[in-house]
Design a binder for this molecule. Sequence first.
Ligand code: HSE
Length: 313
Amino acid sequence: MTSVTAFAPATVSNVACGFDVLGFPLQAPGDEVTATFGADGVRIADILNDGGRLPRDASRNTAGVAVQALLSRLGERRGMTLTIRKGLPLSSGLGGSAASAAAAVVAVNALVGAHAALDVLVEAALEGERLGAGSAHADNIAPCLCGGLVLVRRASPPDIIRLPVPDGLTAVVVHPNLEIETAKARELLGDTVSLRDAVRQWANLGTFVDGLHRGDFAQIARSLEDTIAEPRRAPLVPGLAQIKGAAADAGALGCSLSGSGPSLFALCQTPTVARVVAEAMTTAVKTHIGGDPRVYVSPIAAQGAHVTSSCGS
Ligand code: HSE
């Protein structure tokens, strides 16, 4: 093999009640990375569709750092050249840096024929996240690589639990025309939370997990509340309360920021409800933020990052 291309999907992290521990992928959009053998070390040949904004220096690029970490773990000495095609908007709250890192490690793993375990890929991709977000949280990386709705009990060494997804559960994501840098959004959180907020968050998280196991949509709806991150980040997204209200009125089980925002997600009981919710949220985003938001309606994707093509002998 001389060249491998992998796709990695957008991810919704936090999922309201699981700050830094819950996430799921959409089917699309996503980033693509092509890996080929190159001279020593890791080199970025090109990045498409980023408006020239992402670092071309591999040691400052999330995909480059992730691949370097993977090669070190594998003891692989051959050099790698990466071409990154951004399908995800930058600083959108859709796990863009995680997607580039995940696609890169999946492509390189296949190119060198390493068959590395998922945990090895997660740990390598996390190094990219540490660079991009200033913190090695795995709630985008883990679902991006593993697929499904996942709970990260621990990022490193990874302890990742795949949760059941009740039939019909459908995600809506609306991306307003804003950018929020995760590192800055994390600074807003500070280092402490009140005991009252913490108790409420872990009560919601347990309730959510149980609701998924029993397919109890009413219970899932009750648990989709964020007492930790969303209250502190709300000022970054104008009209957040009204957009959430529009989603609820249209029948969503719950709605919150996707990751550190500005994208918002809603979970819905059926694809039909999701389409109605998507329209209501889009109208509300246009009213309160303006611009032309991008909208995605998707099941929780069961498949994470994967090889899409390979060529060569
Ligand atoms: N859990 C992370 C956060 C996701 O909310 O900061 C963004 O990368």
